[in-house]
Design a protein around this ligand. Structure first.
Ligand SMILES: [Fe+2]
Length: 360
């Protein structure tokens, strides 16, 4: 059954934009989100800060300094009783707000972009973000690979009784509290990821640059959406154009040779997502792009693209992004196929329209 979101839909991509996305692995849509919803998300962010970090004043950027270790520990101690992480957390120049499964945050971006997600990934093949129910719980599918189980442990705590190793089978109705890692069952975004002004340089090695998670699994299309104006060089999602298919191909090859994304004991990792040889090569031969735009801008990206949160060189801008990944449903993509790139085509699980787009 086709899901019809109750929120206004952002216009579908033009054929040129589809080609651009396929070729570059990312696409910027300037100022497409509803301005009122963006404003409301900013207001809520400041309410959360007023509660947890009251020394930060909305009208005084001089108070937006980095989060001290003491502040960080104090925030980390406020774990919600329902499980998961504190609503507000952070360290140094980064803070996050775990509100990604709230209905207003879902309406703001993942649902407003629903038609585009279906345009790129295929109609009726994408997991719908239902978000938290009245009890604060979310329910959705999760392929229980080692890295997914690792994410559950690191974000939920190890008292939940998760096994150490994944089953590599999809759990159809994984229940997670709204403050938990709700991106794993497709029910929420990562909330708000923010970078405070004057953040440190990542250095010539682009410290922190990575490709998300494993090649196997259900994620295909992801996005970062800015709820406030984001000028250039102010911490925007930074991306290496064209790196998506290179990493995709290389990681599948490594997986077929027996290496899992989580095999940290290996000295020479080909699919860890941070220091893979192909990633080193991409950093040498490709110039990264800093994405930016007015409030409501969205950056769509292929889940395997090399990226990082950029350095925020501004004095008076907080980079405020919400990040979401669309999952393929089990009905559209069996576990067998989610764990295999049979056919070797990076676009096997995408829409006919995208597959047909010519990038030569
Ligand atoms: Fe990432």
């Amino acid at each position: 059954m086709t899901t019809i979101p109750a929120v206004d839909q952002i216009a579908p991509l033009t054929s040129d934009q589809v080609v651009q996305f396929k070729r570059d692995g990312y696409l910027v849509l300037p100022g497409v989100l509803d301005p009122e919803r963006c404003r409301s998300a900013r207001d809520k962010m400041w309410e959360t800060l007023a509660d947890g970090l009251p020394r930060m004043k909305r009208d005084d950027p001089a108070t937006w300094g980095p989060i001290s270790d003491e502040e960080s520990e104090r925030l980390a101690a406020k774990r919600p009783s329902g499980g998961g992480e504190p609503l507000l957390g952070g360290k140094g120049h980064r803070f996050y707000i775990r509100n990604g499964a709230e209905q207003d945050m879902l309406d703001l971006s993942p649902r407003a972009l629903w038609r585009i997600a279906e345009q790129l990934m295929g109609a009726d093949t994408v997991v719908w973000p239902e978000g938290a129910d009245e009890s604060g719980m979310t329910t959705g599918p999760c392929l229980m690979s080692d890295d997914a189980v690792g994410g559950l442990v690191s974000h939920m705590g190890d008292r939940m009784g998760w096994p150490e190793k994944g089953t590599f089978e999809t759990e159809d109705a994984l229940k997670l509290p709204k403050n938990g890692p709700v991106w794993l069952n497709g029910q929420g975004s990562r909330g708000l990821y923010c970078t405070l002004p004057n953040s440190p340089s990542p250095g010539p090695e682009y410290r922190g640059s990575h490709s998300d998670g494993a090649c196997y699994g259900r994620w295909r299309l992801q996005f970062a959406a800015y709820i406030d104006d984001l000028p250039p060089n102010s911490g925007g999602f930074t991306v290496w154009p064209g790196s998506h298919t290179r990493i995709w191909d290389e990681q599948w090859e490594a997986y077929k040779e027996g290496e899992k994304h989580t095999d940290k004991h290996l000295t020479d990792r080909k699919a860890g997502g941070y220091s893979d040889a192909v990633i080193g090569q991409i950093k040498v031969d490709t110039k990264p792009v800093d994405t930016h735009g007015p409030a409501g801008s969205v950056v769509l990206w292929h889940t395997k693209i090399l990226h990082m949160a950029g350095q925020n060189c501004s004095d008076d801008v907080i980079r405020q992004a919400t990040i979401y990944g669309y999952l393929k449903t089990r009905a559209a993509l069996s576990d067998e196929l989610a764990l295999d790139n049979a056919g070797g085509d990076a676009w096997r699980d995408w829409s006919d329209e995208l597959r047909a787009a010519s990038i030569d």
